[in-house]
Design a protein around this ligand. Structure first.
Ligand code: ATP
Length: 217
């Protein structure tokens, strides 16, 4: 469903992704781990069409991302939840959900906390509640592919566990998911596949300990 082959990308003359190949089969969860600066967010930008690959191929479903404008990616069922969450802090929870153009009751059923706070300004909620709201995009838009950058960044373990329950449910419903994570343990428990990026390449051996405790960054 997500298929990258020998993808290169970067900023100006700086090459960040140096030949990334990755396959995420339909309805499975892949966790992408790696130290700061490895290029994880850059990969998310390439997948969401914000940044063009300079070489290689990126396919989402049947769509060749290299040539596709963002609206075509949306039609192909791509939902990206970027780092920083991309919600509107000065709008209420209900208004944010309205902008996502879907059935807010679906969200309220899954996240009762958001229902209780539907009139609250999104920016005044806790980090966990804001991530739930950002996550709602994946519930509400009926996506085929969900890409999430830094899912558990700054969140309490209990919230992270709650969000991963939703990840599992979405995958069970056939949604394909790529999740950028900092915490190997949480991600490994849920993911079907764990890959590690270092220096713009996906490492083959998946030796998480060497990445996190061996100082390879
Ligand atoms: P983190 O976990 O810290 O977010 P990351 O693995 O997501 O790290 P990226 O954000 O993809 O890493 O950054 C990879 C490299 O690309 C870094 O060296 C970063 O400084 C550089 N970089 C990122 N965005 C830009 C940009 N807009 N212009 C120039 N260089 C950039």
């Amino acid at each position: 469903m997500i298929d990258l082959s020998d993808v290169h990308a970067g900023y100006g003359r700086i090459e960040v992704l140096r030949g990334v190949s990755l396959n995420v089969p339909r309805g499975t969860v892949t966790a992408l781990l790696g130290p700061n600066g490895a290029g994880k967010s850059t990969l998310v930008k390439v997948l969401s069409g914000q940044l063009r690959a300079t070489a290689g191929h990126v396919h989402l479903g049947g769509v060749h991302v290299n040539d596709a404008p963002p609206d075509e990616l949306a039609r192909a069922g791509l939902c990206t939840i970027p780092e920083g969450r991309a919600i509107f802090p000065n709008l209420t929870v209900a208004e944010n959900l309205r902008l996502m153009r879907g059935d807010a009751d679906l969200v309220y059923a899954r996240f009762p906390k958001l229902k209780a706070r539907h009139r609250q300004l999104a920016g005044s909620m806790s980090g966990g509640e804001q991530q739930m709201l950002a996550f709602s995009r994946a519930l509400i838009t009926d996506p085929a592919v969900v890409v999430i950058d830094e899912l558990s960044m700054g969140l309490a373990p209990v919230i992270v566990a709650e969000l991963y329950e939703v990840v599992k449910e979405l995958a069970a419903g056939g949604v394909t998911m790529l999740i950028v994570e900092q915490f190997a343990e949480t991600a490994s428990a849920v993911a079907d596949q764990v890959v590690v990026m270092t220096h713009g390449e996906i490492s083959e051996d998946n030796d998480l300990a060497s990445v996190y405790f061996g100082g390879t960054s």
